[in-house]
Design a protein around this ligand. Sequence first.
Ligand code: ATP
Length: 359
Amino acid sequence: MSIELSAIEYRYRDATALAGIDLTIESGELLALLGPSGCGKTTLLRTIAGLEFPDRGRVRFEGRDVTALGARKRHVGFVFQHYALFNHLTVFENVAFGLRVRGWFRRPRRAELERKVGELLELVQLREFARRYPAQLSGGQRQRVALARALAVEPHILLLDEPFGALDARVRADLRRWLRDLHDRIHVTSVFVTHDQEEAFELADRIAVMNKGRIEQIGSSETLYTRPASPFVCRFLGEVNELAAAIHARWTGIDDERVVAFVRPHDLDFVPAERGEGARIESVRDLGATVRIEALDPRLARPLVALHDRARYEAAPLERGRLVVPSARRQVLFRGDEPLADTGARVGHVLRDLLLTQR
Ligand SMILES: Nc1ncnc2c1ncn2[C@@H]1O[C@H](COP(=O)(O)OP(=O)(O)OP(=O)(O)O)[C@@H](O)[C@H]1O
């Protein structure tokens, strides 16, 4: 079932949470809402759920206007981080609850209920835990019970607010993969909120990056990463070196202009300097698969950060105090908030040139 949001605005008494959201989510899509704290992700999710009603704009499911319908009538399943399980009910009863709260006409009979709950527990791989209480489960298992309960109403739309927020890294990674499989198997349209870029990239078909109640950019992880629409998106998608620079007509056909170059640490190389000038290495930290190196160019206020992969580092180790020349394999340039289209090739890939012209 597709979801269409048009011109959605929402104000709390003293804060604008949504400042004009247009977003279409295709049927069967898994979409992530990604953004910093307070940007409006939860409010947007609650607006889709029918737990909040927008001041302006329309919500449509498969073309049908549901703006005025409450949560119960929208038949969506939702899992919120703090939407706790009932601790006095067993796993079975927690999941059955999702079915029992249905309207009288749609409530299943006992045998049917047992079969359905059994199926759902099978789906979330918790059949043998049916008689346990939430306190006897791990965090990841509890989260799966919450999902089974949300799925009990057979929703066409599944909404998840930071579903793995409180879990440790290993369990999060397992549950992500599991959720992606589940989503593909049950043909549901899913929207989940996260402020974790890695989680969004791994799970979602498309990602909507939000900032101050608006969507800055929407696209696949590849689009966001290689063609960020704004410096905000660039900064939000992980660590990045940011350099004020000038480009010259002789490289680009564009006259001198002030631009900002963004270079990801893994797109930056430090090559040992041949002459006695360059950036001086300040720290080298072994992160396992990669080595993180910081070097300060005398013209810059902050060190440049490069990630060398392990094999490369072992072939050419760099130690503190060594002088190096930074060189970028790839960079994204902005003039103010506007991306400079297609400049990568024309500017060339030697960051040194950009650094040399920095004012
Ligand atoms: N009940 C409320 N009353 C007043 N303002 C609120 C309320 N809930 C949220 N806000 C404000 O609305 C804005 C958006 O909040 P929202 O919870 O949607 O953001 P979020 O992106 O989900 O944040 P987080 O990642 O921290 O959960 C914030 O500025 C927040 O302070």
